[in-house]
Design a protein around this ligand. Structure first.
Ligand code: NDP
Length: 281
């Protein structure tokens, strides 16, 4: 039976470290958060960010803008925040109204304040293995893999899902640790090859958003399984991996909920403190 890789206790450990770093900063770090329009999911994420920030000694400055905010007005706000020396990091809450291009907005944020790690300059650093601001969900998955104690060198790592926020950055992070990385996506599934790749995985990370996509019997004996997926099925939240069958075969597995999820906000705060440290040099 697999050991559970739970996000909460790991998040608490990382928060201790963040608190220590915050206390050695000259000024209290400041996170500027921008939310456009009203969305229940974003509002709850903002609440959890604000609470985490407060517990770490970070100032959380929320700017809630109306739904009809124009792209130009949002760019102007970001320009101001970029040049405001009291602000160390900027986050844009999703979703944005359809009239606003997220890629354009995120590329406008000062890369040194891009605590989501999605600015092309930061993605470029990730490619060179030099990133300090790493996309939070990918960073959370890596923390959980490290927590399992597995040495990634030469291991078969399979990432299912190739999104820009999770699958692609994670593949780069795993490569950086000399894992042999296979990235599966919709094309892999359509070609009927997903099972074959998953069966090889000594480390398996799944970030798709389809309940039960990964059959428990595909999981290799002794594998480390990180399930990033979040799916609502009959009033329950489940991941992308068939948990009950997979936990009988894996050595380590993340529960859903309770695995990757509780770590992501902590990773955001770690990026913020990283940004503040380099800005205060
Ligand atoms: P996206 O929808 O951006 O990406 C999903 C990926 O899965 C795409 O690369 C897609 O390929 C691929 N895919 C779709 N169907 C299949 C299939 N049948 N077989 C193999 N690959 C497939 O989602 P995100 O990366 O943003 O998120 C993925 C999941 O992780 C979601 O459930 C999301 O809710 C969850 N999530 C959880 C977080 C947490 O904190 N725990 C944070 C962020 C996300 P293609 O694009 O080519 O179709």
């Amino acid at each position: 039976m697999a050991k559970l890789l739970e996000g909460k206790p790991l998040a608490e450990k990382i928060k201790e470290d963040i608190r220590g770093q915050v206390s050695s900063l000259k000024n209290k770090p400041v996170l500027a958060s921008i939310m456009v329009g009203e969305n229940a999911g974003a509002a709850s994420y903002v609440k959890s960010q604000a609470k985490t920030a407060e517990g770490l000694g970070i100032e959380y400055r929320l700017q809630a803008l109306p739904q009809d905010t124009s792209e130009a007005a949002l760019l102007e706000l970001i320009r101001k925040l970029n040049s405001d020396n009291s602000v160390n990091g900027i986050i844009i809450q999703m979703p944005l109204p359809a009239s606003i291009d997220y890629k354009k907005i995120s590329a406008f944020i000062d890369p040194d304040k891009d605590i989501e790690g999605m600015h092309p300059a930061n993605i470029g650093k990730l490619l060179f293995g030099k990133a300090k601001l790493i996309p939070c969900t990918a960073a959370s998955a890596m923390e959980l893999i490290n927590f399992s104690g597995i040495d990634l060198y030469g291991k078969e790592a399979v990432v299912v899902g190739h999104s820009e926020i999770v699958g692609k950055p994670l593949a780069l992070l795993l490569l950086d640790k000399f894992a042999t990385v296979t990235v599966c996506h919709i094309g892999t599934s359509k070609a009927g090859k997903l099972e074959e790749h998953v069966k090889n995985a000594e480390v398996l990370v799944v970030a798709v958003g389809r309940a039960g996509l990964i059959k428990g019997e595909w999981v290799k004996e002794g594998a480390v399984v990180i399930d990033v997926g979040i799916n609502r099925v009959a009033d329950k939240i489940v991941g992308d991996v068939e948990f009950e069958a997979a936990e009988k075969r894996a050595a380590y597995i993340t529960p859903v909920p309770g695995g990757v999820g509780p770590l992501t906000v902590t990773m955001l705060m770690r990026n913020l403190v990283e940004a503040a440290k380099s800005q205060q040099l």
